[in-house]
Design a protein around this ligand. Structure first.
Ligand SMILES: C[S@@+](CC[C@H](N)C(=O)[O-])C[C@H]1O[C@@H](n2cnc3c(N)ncnc32)[C@H](O)[C@@H]1O
Length: 381
């Protein structure tokens, strides 16, 4: 209830006996009420809206309603909910109406708010995924940190929903595609290994740029690899791209690839293991082959990156987002030549890193370079 409604309620009841009015005055004078009303408007309702919209987008309800108004039965069918669950579904949808995200008339629900309509668009799925990531993974990091400090709890990979992350991570698609465009040979046949492929969207993009490209796409999480394989089939790429579940740290492959890519996943590896992981990626490259790694780095960027960093701080695996200079050093330590970092947009956290596998063939790992340059661009060699 906001202040306006409260005032109206008092006015409507002004005719009532004096004793009632006195009771109402006592209730309204409760010193906690102003804070509660302010929080209701600024915190509680936006959180309810965000939660409803994330669930409605992730479950496909927004998509259904964008196509046409739907009655309870067709939404129940879409959600595969049982016949006994109609009342529960109605209760949830009606909160959506109360929040102003949906409308209901003549027994049908339709989209009402601009946000709901925007999130329902297929092209905005990454943003809907980011909203879901925020609520399902960022909120627990903020909420559970004190408890985890006490009981020593840690997030594990199974606490992430790989399919949600595979959608949300595409919010940086413009940056990653630009990095691929700058790096990928366009005409010669290219054999690509993509590590941690997520949805497979970037393998698809690379295959579109170079019609002679073939690829092996691997992802640690079986359900993510399975979805990526389905996507490849749907995109007509199943004959050019092999997709499988696999862990970079245990992959058994020959040095047969012209390009190895790691997009948005270096922080899934502990900081102290990154040079070794990168050396392993290099071992799959043919002499003269190229590594392309993209990642948001620490320092600047939106608040969400700091919270992502916090999540990994409380995880039992992985590590912080990289520092650009540190990652350049680790690439050199891993034996890459001509390493360089680029920021497609100056001042942004997103970086692409490129390194070459020496043409003389895999050599013993050189010792780590001492001393760090001051900026990624200065460190480029
Ligand atoms: C944030 S997602 C990024 C997905 C995709 N690269 C993108 O940018 O859209 C990170 C992905 O890396 C995968 N991954 C993490 N560690 C891995 C490993 N050791 N080997 C292979 N994949 C890994 C995760 O399963 C997850 O799907």
């Amino acid at each position: 209830m906001d202040l306006l409604r409260l005032a109206r309620a008092v006015k409507d009841r002004a005719q009532e006996p004096f004793t009632d009015l006195a009771a109402m005055a006592r209730i309204v004078a409760d010193p906690r009420l102003p804070l509660l009303l302010v929080l209701n408007r600024t915190l509680f309702t936006p959180l309810y809206r965000a939660s409803f919209l994330a669930a409605a987008a992730g479950s496909g309800v927004l998509g259904c309603l964008a196509a046409r108004p739907c009655d309870l039965e067709s939404l129940a069918e879409h959600l595969e909910s049982g016949p006994d669950d109609r009342q529960r579904l109605r209760a949830w949808l009606d909160i959506g109406v109360r929040l102003g995200e949906l409308d209901r008339s003549e027994g049908c629900y339709r989209l009402r708010s601009r946000t709901a309509k925007a999130l329902a668009q297929v092209g905005n799925d990454a943003v809907a995924g980011a909203l879901e990531e925020l609520l399902r993974f960022h909120v627990p990091a903020l909420r559970d940190a004190p408890r985890m400090l006490k009981d020593g709890g840690r997030f594990e990979l199974s606490d992430q929903d790989g399919l949600v992350i595979a959608r949300s991570t595409l919010v940086v698609r413009g940056f990653v595609e630009e990095a691929i465009r700058r790096t990928l040979p366009r005409t010669a046949p290219v054999r690509l290994l993509e590590v941690g492929c997520g949805s497979g969207a970037y393998v698809r993009y690379a295959a579109g740029l170079n019609p002679r490209l073939t690829a092996l796409a691997v992802d640690l999480q079986a359900e993510v690899a399975e979805q990526a394989a389905k996507n490849m089939a749907q995109w007509g790429l199943a004959d050019r791209v092999e997709t499988r579940a696999g862990d970079l740290r245990t992959l058994d492959l020959q040095p047969q690839f012209d390009v190895v890519t790691l997009h948005n996943n270096i922080y899934y590896f502990p900081r102290e293991e990154r040079a070794e992981v990168l050396a392993r990626a290099r071992s799959f490259l043919a002499p003269g082959g190229t590594l392309l790694l993209t990642s948001s780095c620490r320092g600047g960027g939106p608040l969400g990156l700091d919270v992502l960093n916090l999540w990994f701080e409380y995880a039992g695996f992985g590590g912080p987002l990289p520092l650009a200079d540190e990652l350049l050093d680790q690439l050199r330590e891993a034996g890459f030549d001509a390493v360089r970092a680029t920021r497609p947009l100056p001042g942004q956290a997103f970086h692409s890193f490129v390194g070459s596998n020496p043409t003389a063939g895999p050599a013993a790992l050189p010792p780590a370079r001492s001393g760090s340059p001051t900026t990624a661009e200065e460190a480029a060699s």
